[in-house]
Design a protein around this ligand. Sequence first.
Ligand code: NAP
Length: 351
Amino acid sequence: MQIDTTSPVMVTGATGYVAGWIVKGLLDAGLTVHAPVRNPQNLGKVQHLLKMAENSPGTLRLFKADLLDEGSYAEAMQGCAIVFHTASPFSVNVKDPQTQLIDPAVKGTRNVLAEASRTDSVKRVVLTSSCAAIYTDAIDCATAPNGTLTEDIWNTTASLEYQPYSYSKLLAEKAAWEVANDQSQWDLVVVNPSLVIGPATNQSPTSESFNIVRQIGDGTMKAGAPRAGIGLVDVRDLAQAHIAAAFTPEAEGRHIISGHNSNLLEMGLALQSKYGDLYPLPKKALPKWLVWLVGPLSGIPRKFVSNNVNVEWRADNSKGKRTLGVTYRPLRESMEDMFTQMVDNGVFDKA
Ligand code: NAP
């Protein structure tokens, strides 16, 4: 892969967990990175990026933009050959899914991609979609051909009422393909990650990924964890996939980026050898009937339990390996690096 460092590139959502590692990879490769963020003056959100730039051969330029402000990405996009669109809220506990998830995801995608069409320099857009645009529950794998999710499959089971985050990713990716197919100036390459794990580039990440791993370490699952099927990918491997999606000329279409067909219990077990004596980690599987019975008390709907607990998650990651050269590190390494960082940041001090 040849990285063209002559034109700047733009990364939306640079303050986020996934984008932090993409920005790092681009700066380390010597690129000029334009980073439109909601508040460039908020040092708590951008200081780690400024430091990253200082320690790299690349250059970082911050701009102000918001997914919901039409036209706000124009200045940041000027002269950029590649646009990485990662910004989108990743949260599962929301009061109003339409305004908190769907609007920023869909209107934001249309806003950024419309700007790309108005900006002559843009030749490629790399969109961070999700496996959530492919499936909602692990049981959707069972209905997929050969019991395995592929890039040909689209989510048909999420809605505004059930798993609205997945619905937001589905609608956003569909909107992206619609805008892309309406023009010929730039091409769209989509990355569809499973649940992202691994360390953050900043000290206080807000991504839902950290909420999930916090519950594995804070005692919530000390009696056991459900074998809820899920796919997992390390954030550093995912960043490499994005960079390859940008600079591999023949890259096209969607790419499932997922290193491990796994489950929640396995995530906890991966931490046992290093942290088992120190933290109340889950050691065994909770029976499905028990999760079904008590799930609603902790906000886990019975439909989710039925459709995910003791249900295998399977996805075919061969396209990403073959065309983008993606490689995946072991699950234990990702979990240990993430957990160690959370311990160092005091996340479990009150556990
Ligand atoms: P994150 O850390 O919460 O990052 C979300 C980013 O979106 C932040 O930079 C946030 O900016 C930005 N954002 C949200 N609303 C915005 C708005 N109205 N205007 C401008 N920026 C806005 O979450 P993440 O996990 O890195 O997620 C990044 C992308 O990866 C998302 O598209 C997500 O769907 C996708 N993804 C994540 C996972 C995962 O497991 N983490 C899996 C698959 C796909 P602020 O810092 O200002 O809030």
